[in-house]
Design a protein around this ligand. Sequence first.
Ligand code: FE
Ligand code: FE
Ligand code: ZN
Length: 285
Amino acid sequence: MKIGSHVSMSGGLIGAAKEAYSYGANTFMIYTGAPQNTIRKPISDLKIDEGLIFMKEHDISDIVVHAPYIINLASFKPQIFDLAVTFLAKEIERAKAVKSNYLVLHPGSYTEMDSAYGISRIVEGLNEVLTRDLGIYICLETMSGKGSEIGRTFEELANIIEKVKYNENIGICFDTCHTHDSGYDIINDFDGVINNFDKIIGVDRIKTFHINGSLNPRGSSKDRHANIGAGVNNPKGKDYLGKDAILRITHHSVVGEKTLILETPWIDDKTNLYKQEIEVIRNGI
Ligand code: FE
Ligand code: FE
Ligand code: ZN
């Protein structure tokens, strides 16, 4: 099983790899800088060579890069759209520099416009950036549908993929919290949800999973992650998905060798549960 968590890039790729190793992970996900902004160190400052050596020595591979949230390809505002396009192009270079094959991207939010507008804008942006031999998958994330997010339904994602010219470079990041929050019954019928996904998008598109509990009931459109199987005593709140559902999903045949990334909440500034959560999922108990 390929499993890890989101880790910090503040110490470069070597820092990220060591943090992942401390959780017993064999993969990990990074933001190349702060998730909320586009300030980025030059590639030469990311301690990539050291990191790659450590990863090789410790059997860590298939890492995932997450683009910052503020990239909004669905925006009708030219400055926001242009920033999204230029930043995405640079982020692809950074992700390839750390030898990642997967760049996770939130499709975008249409704000005052509508879903059809948002989708056409996202397609326009992706067509500006994607080339035939891109060398990395842009993984559109399944979204919870909060606010005006695009990607709350498989149909919306399929619609984007169909319209992008070099769409062989587009994958999907399947987030368990988000699909549950957007209304898919992954607790009682993950098989049915995956069959539906396969009909609409095709399961081969799934390149990575975000494994998170949810603090809210199905269909809440909230996007608030819970620790795996957390009970009412967890300071961050109860997980509505539950451990059994997460274990069924993570041990399902659709997962295979694909990377599983935890984005579960930290308990406080110093404490997270990644190590325990990885162990629980790996052992399936
Ligand atoms: Fe995300
Ligand atoms: Fe996610
Ligand atoms: Zn989320």
